[in-house]
Write a protein of this length. Structure first.
Length: 525
């Protein structure tokens, strides 16, 4: 019988579900890291909330651990790379507290609009300062939504019920989905310029970290009010304090901070600032939902091998996995490539398979393509949640199987439709194992996609390769492999170079001004 440890306080229904599903469960909370290390070795599963820190040291001691289940969305307290290296599946419950978090954002918006915390403190102090607290109505105001996923879409719906106009910035939000939500899809600068209130509902990634930087806060209209119930680190907190003190920002409400618990903070005591201690998911209903969901997911995995909402492995049966593994590696690389290279607003994506690839289960292949594509903007995307995120944002995804077998015994083609036209890449497997690019935007080119790479479109003319090599050499960049393709002699050529180090912006700028260069981009796989 599998055995699970619940190490954080959780609704009793979680333990009940484990036992009903044939899983032995212990509820032992409040342990120190050393105490947890001493007992974790006897468990197959670990169910947590936010208090338990699943570090590499804990995982080293967990000889029998197979799955970690987080009752909630955030997994900042889990070392996912270490878990993956040890073959431990990490799951979360991303949808159990969506309504609760959205409602908290709306509550904070009301608190800012009517200065409720300050008015309460003043009234209870016996001051009755009725003229001091002149609020604003939400009706008719413009709400700027940064992130239009599950929680963001709920906030948009509630805001529309308050007769607010909603504009949204989200790289994956399609025009059709925006229409369905009743929001206007805009660029970030446009949102900053127009919004009376800004609320953030996006994960913390390299792309979103500091999205409300000092520079972007300066672009907002004077009198803007800002709410963050998503993740600390999305806002430059020092710049926000300056904005509040100068009056440019009329109010700010944070449920999350860069460092938590935030028992001391420069923003505390700043006029027109409201804070709560990460309460976004803290309602009775939400805690029951996530407890039930994490127990169901973990029990399914431990008893029958089912995988749901895993952050570090795809949904695969034991029989399919060995055959599909190289295809998923190929698919993810193709998705990543087209995601890094395609410009313009994404509208649709087609994943075509022919030859041997067409005979396989397409869902993991499609999931791998979408994970590669969407991970360009969010490093929390994986093959499990990518299809849902794509659907949620209205991205039209098509799967196409071809009976034919062309130049290759197996082929996967990925085509994305954007506002700037279609972009297509294709790849195959060499030796039924090694992923290889064979076509890039209609040009035949064979290349391994790995590590740091440099992508260049140039005019096919004598001397170019020499000039490029000299430029890279002078910059101290070593070329690993060199792949060249062209449409026709003297026409447009494509270069893909693998290099030993990251190609910085300064070197890219130098490459872009070389005679004949049309495009130069750094890629990472």
């Amino acid at each position: 019988m599998p055995k699970v440890l619940i190490s954080d306080k959780m609704d009793p229904k979680a333990a009940q579900i484990f036992r009903e599903r044939g899983v032995e469960v212990d509820e032992i909370t409040g342990k120190t890291p050393e105490e947890l290390k001493a007992i974790i070795g006897q468990y197959d599963g670990l169910a947590i909330r936010s208090s338990t820190k699943v570090t590499a040291e804990i995982l080293d001691a967990a000889a029998n651990l197979k799955v970690v289940g987080r009752a909630g969305i955030g997994v900042d307290n889990v070392d996912i790379p270490a878990a993956s290296a040890r073959g431990v599946v990490v799951m979360n419950t991303p949808f159990g507290n969506s309504i609760t978090t959205a409602e908290h954002a709306i509550a904070l918006m009301f608190a800012l609009a009517r200065q409720l915390p300050e008015a309460d403190a003043s009234t209870q102090a016996g001051k009755w300062e009725k003229n001091r607290f002149m609020g604003v109505e939400l009706t008719g105001k413009t709400l700027g939504l940064i992130g239009a996923g599950n929680i963001g879409s709920i906030v948009a719906d509630r805001a529309q019920g308050l007769k607010m106009k909603v504009v949204a910035f989200d790289p994956f939000l399609t025009p059709d989905r925006a229409i369905e939500m009743g929001v206007e899809k805009v660029g970030l600068d446009d949102l900053l310029l127009r919004a009376d209130f800004i609320t953030l509902h996006t994960p913390l990634t390299d792309q979103t970290r500091g999205i409300l930087s000092a520079e972007n806060l300066a672009k907002t209209k004077r009198g803007v009010r800002i709410i963050n119930c998503a993740r600390g680190g999305l806002i430059d907190e020092a710049a926000l304090k300056q904005g509040l003190e100068s009056g440019h920002v009329a109010g700010a409400a944070l449920d999350v901070f860069q460092v938590e618990p935030a028992k001391e903070h420069p923003l505390f005591g700043t006029p027109n600032f409201v804070s709560t201690p990460h309460l976004g998911a803290s309602t009775t209903e939400a805690q029951v939902n996530v407890a039930i969901q994490v127990a169901e997911q973990m029990a399914d995995f431990l008893v029958s091998g089912g995988v749901t909402n895993a952050l570090n492995m795809p949904s695969l049966s034991a029989e399919e996995a060995p055959r599909l593994k190289p295809y998923m590696a190929l698919a993810e690389k193709l998705g990543s490539l087209v995601g890094q290279l395609a410009h313009g607003e994404l509208r649709n994506i087609a994943i075509e398979s022919e030859g041997a690839a067409a005979e396989l289960n397409q869902k993991p292949i499609v999931g791998a393509v979408l994970a590669g594509l969407m991970r360009v903007h969010s490093d929390t995307v994986n093959m499990v949640n990518a299809p849902f995120l794509a659907k949620e944002r209205g991205l039209d995804v098509r799967e196409v199987r071809h009976d034919r077998e062309g130049d290759y015994h197996t082929l996967v083609r990925v085509t994305v439709g954007t506002t700037q036209g279609d972009r297509s890449v294709a790849g195959t497997l060499f030796g039924n194992a090694a992923p290889r690019l064979v076509e890039l935007f209609g040009i035949k080119v064979e290349a391994d996609l790995a590590g740091h790479m440099l992508y260049i479109v140039n005019e096919d003319a004598p001397g170019f390769i020499g000039r490029l090599g000299t430029t890279l050499g002078e910059a101290g960049v070593n070329i690993g492999t060199f792949h060249l393709g062209r449409r026709e002699a003297g026409g447009e050529a494509v270069l893909l170079l693998s290099v030993d180090d990251v190609v910085g912006e300064a070197l890219l700028a130098t490459v872009r001004v070389l005679p004949g260069v049309k495009t130069a981009m750094a890629l990472t796989f």
